[in-house]
Write a protein that binds this ligand. Structure first.
Ligand code: ATP
Ligand code: MG
Length: 459
């Protein structure tokens, strides 16, 4: 609605001395692409997250380039490039350890945005709406937030601002370009993007941009699940998971991404255990990323689904038709299936995720060969990490977790003594006084050995 503050015909141009973007902070590859385009007679700008993050004194993830050269013209300038994308074509210029994405200025009046799956095709799959290239001004208009629509010009190192983005940067504000309701309707993922960028960059969402979110949140239900998986990764696997999650909840968006999880959270007895369980997982994920350790989306998905899966398993078990194990497997499948209709999870993640959940009951036993086998299971580590989190839910005791932590530090021979022995005292860690440690149930141990004859499922 705030049209008055929106684009003017000419950009406000901020000359080099009046802003803090230095070439020293721009990747060599990006600079090369900019200069070569300029030398070939084209306009060339860095735009989007790269400019925004530099202005906010952050290290950008990457540098995207916008130009008035067509994809063919860009391709002709760079031998090491290829044209990608069917509908809106981009050029990837390849360097040794970096790929620079170059996009031709995009026109408005084409509403598909970033997503390839919003292509408009006829019955034969022919693209009805064509590429529409435009002026830099149009390109600025169709971007989402004012802070994302600033252009760094390689010709004189100035910044071009059509949408008052510099002021919003200075005031620490995320503001949609144009009428917020219209822009969210065009692409509901912008609601998640607003929250994610606010969390990541510690910015405030402008009240006009924030206000419609609660009411429009249900629009997320019709976004293709694959697109939401991409967004899930950006929200939860880039080091700002906890803050993003809190803000997604506050704006009513989380319930449209993980409805079963949101219901399970809402049914918490009031002690906040469930919230602590989720938040600790998110905190750990952020910590891993800060420490440069790998993260997998299957783990957080599993954490989100653990509560709903257990609840469903309890119902199935109550029906009396299944064993505890079968109920957990069945519940895992049902809950996952419902969830991936919302946010997809590729099979290479969903299969290990369900394995991780299914292993949980096995941590309750501390003797028998089967227990030893658990340590060798390829999902052991993830399953163990989930077990640690379950402390928050009161589903594991510190003593049990401690036992599983220590057992991992033992040599194979020492482990063998703990699991494999026939005598009394099985399950005891070295140095433990008999009777004081875990696992005084030899009868169960032998049952465990018999069961092992069954083929191991899903592995
Ligand atoms: P990040 O630093 O997390 O990558 P980003 O802003 O660079 O944030 P990208 O998804 O890489 O996010 O998008 C690059 C640019 O494309 C954005 O800065 C914005 O200008 C534009 N853009 C991305 N998604 C949308 C959208 N849904 N609607 C309009 N413009 C978008
Ligand atoms: Mg980016």
């Amino acid at each position: 609605m705030n049209q008055a503050s929106l684009p003017v015909d000419a950009p406000r141009i901020i000359p080099r001395p009046d802003h803090n973007i230095s070439r020293a902070n721009i990747s060599q590859a990006a600079l090369k692409v900019l200069y070569r385009l300029k030398d070939a007679g084209f306009q060339a700008f860095i735009v989007g997250g790269g400019v925004r993050d530099l202005l906010l004194k952050r290290q950008p993830k990457d540098f995207d380039i916008a130009t008035n050269a067509s994809p063919e013209q860009v391709h002709a300038v760079f031998g090491n490039s290829r044209i990608i994308g069917r509908r809106f074509r981009l050029v990837h210029v390849r360097f040794r350890d970096e790929i620079i994405e170059v996009a031709t200025f995009r026109g408005i009046g084409n509403d598909d945005e970033e997503s390839e799956d919003r292509q408009i095709l006829d019955a034969n799959g022919r693209i009805l709406k064509d590429n529409s290239y435009g002026s830099i001004e149009e390109d600025a208009w169709r971007r989402d937030f004012t802070v994302n629509a600033l252009y760094y010009n390689v010709a004189d190192f100035s910044i071009w601002d059509y949408v008052n983005g510099m002021q919003d940067i200075a005031e620490g504000r995320i503001r949609l370009i144009g009428d917020p309701v219209t822009r969210y309707r065009e692409d509901p993922v912008r609601m998640i993007r607003a929250v994610r960028l606010a969390a990541k960059l510690n910015l405030e969402i402008h009240p006009d941009t924030a206000a419609p979110i609660a009411e429009l949140a249900p629009l997320l239900d019709s976004v293709p699940p694959a697109r939401l998986f991409d967004e899930f990764l950006k929200v939860f696997a880039t080091g700002h998971a906890l803050e993003s999650y809190r803000r997604l909840c506050a704006h009513g968006l989380f319930a449209h991404l993980f409805p079963a999880t949101a219901r399970w959270l809402a049914a918490d007895g009031g002690e906040g255990k469930r919230q602590r369980f989720i938040e600790r997982a998110l905190l750990n994920t952020d910590q891993r990323i800060a420490d440069n350790l790998p993260v997998t989306p299957m783990f957080l998905f599993g954490v989100f689904l653990w509560g709903p899966v257990q609840e469903r398993a309890a119902v199935l078990l109550g029906s009396g038709k299944m064993s505890e194990n079968q109920a957990l497997i069945e519940a895992g499948m049902e809950v996952t299936e419902a969830q991936i209709a919302r946010v997809s999870l590729p099979r290479r993640f969903s299969v290990p995720m369900r394995e991780m959940l299914q292993l949980q009951p096995r941590f309750m036993r501390r003797q028998g060969r089967r227990t030893g086998v658990l340590l060798e299971h390829r999902r052991f580590r993830a399953a163990y990490d989930l077990l640690v989190l379950r402390l928050e839910l009161g589903e594991a005791t510190p003593e049990l977790v401690d036992w599983w932590t220590k057992i991992q530090t033992l040599s194979p021979e020492e482990r063998q003594k703990v699991f494999g022995g026939q005598q009394q005292g099985q399950g005891q860690l070295p140095g433990q006084v008999p009777g004081e440690g875990p696992g005084q149930e030899p009868a169960k141990a032998s049952r465990g050995r018999r069961r092992r004859r069954r083929p191991r499922s899903a592995s």
